[in-house]
Design a protein around this ligand. Structure first.
Ligand code: AQP
Length: 334
């Protein structure tokens, strides 16, 4: 990895098998980023703890997430792909930054409000301070850019505010990150309710396409997808169901909305849904094959994790030591 490129930071939570939303909205676009940036991608397992996880399943999800990153085309030799929990500096800087973040700022976070209403039985402090840990993730690597979906914009803004506050007090410690808006990114909505985003933790299995769903399941889920009244394949606000399917089809085939409208002119929803299902299944087949191979070769993934954990820990450790020194924590005696 070249050192003179700008730094990009991103990651995903290990809260379930990745969905088509995670793939089309983020992962697929990450694959070529290393050409322009020095990239760090975390398996964000510490963030995942804000929602209760079953331990054995959680461990499997984290491993599967790592393998899916690689299977989707992220090269672990060209990108630093590592486990967040293996780099202690995340939790350490998270604590320091907690002390530089105001309750008033956290109270404004809409994701906290959403997640708190979904998990009313477990509104833990981690859910509340999640944006501070996210700030630590980004700032540890001195990231210049963070690819963000619309839903994460607020968290990037608070990261910038915390970093600027800290720099004003102690000098230029942190790089101030910018949002990176991908040209190809799309927000993929639930197949059962096109007003809600597709989420890996959705309990309705028909609402999401999982990256590991087999071909028949993918086609069946698309056939069942909620559509709108009428029968015309047209991209418009009053047709959220069909517009979502068109976005998916467009991301996978590279066709524009006008091209898709022409292709399905005079054809019904049934034919269109089948075409979307088949296109998505075709897109995911090579990824799934590579995933199966990777999951069989334990030593390869283990080696990738080990090498990249060490690299991440080295970069993060440098920032953390600087922070500790600036705020006056006593240095380790070696
Ligand atoms: N539906 C989506 N459309 C486009 N992009 C999406 N992302 C997630 N869902 C969609 C993008 O995927 C990345 C991973 O996000 P995350 O795992 O950190 O958490 P999330 O955004 O909360 O994703 P989920 O799938 O909805 O997880 P749960 O169900 O656990 O909350 C991010 O870049 C996100 O923008």
């Amino acid at each position: 990895m070249e050192e003179n490129k700008k730094v990009l930071y991103s990651g995903m939570q290990a809260t379930g098998t990745l969905t088509l939303g995670n793939y089309l909205g983020a992962l697929k676009n990450w694959v070529k980023m290393h050409e322009e940036f020095t990239c760090f991608y975390g398996v964000m397992d510490l963030h995942s703890l804000t929602v209760r996880q079953e331990p054995a399943q959680f461990r499997k999800n984290a491993r599967a997430l790592y393998a899916l990153y690689v299977a989707a085309g992220l090269d672990p030799e060209k990108n630093c792909i590592y486990y967040q929990s293996h780099v202690a500096a995340h939790a350490q800087l998270g604590w320091v930054l907690d002390c530089f973040t105001y309750m008033g700022e956290l109270n404004r976070m809409t994701q906290f409000k959403d997640k708190a209403s979904k998990h009313a039985d477990n509104i833990n402090a981690g859910l509340y301070t999640y944006p501070v840990l996210m700030a630590a993730d980004i700032l540890l690597y001195q990231a210049n850019v963070v690819p963000v979906g619309v839903d994460q914009k607020q968290h990037l803004e608070i990261t910038r505010d915390i970093a600027e506050r800290f720099n004003n007090l102690y000098g230029e410690v942190f790089t101030i990150p910018e949002a990176y808006i991908s040209e190809n990114g799309a927000k993929i909505m639930s197949l059962a309710d096109p007003t809600k985003k597709m989420s890996k933790s959705d309990e309705n299995k028909n609402a999401t396409i999982l990256l590991l769903d087999d071909r028949d399941t993918i086609i069946r889920k698309f056939k069942r997808a909620v559509t709108d009244s009428g029968s015309e394949v047209r991209f418009s606000e009053d047709k959220p169901g069909i517009s979502n399917l068109m976005s998916i089809y467009g991301c996978v085939t590279g066709k524009t909305m006008e091209e898709i409208e022409r292709e399905f002119d005079g054809k019904g929803y049934g034919e269109f849904k089948l075409a979307v299902g088949e296109a998505v299944a075709d897109e995911l087949t090579p990824l799934q094959k590579r995933y199966d191979e990777l999951m069989k070769d334990k030593s390869y993934i283990d080696q990738c994790i080990k090498t990249n954990d060490e690299r991440a820990a080295y970069v993060a450790g440098k920032t953390l030591r600087k922070v500790h020194k600036k705020i006056g924590l006593t240095e380790l005696i070696r």
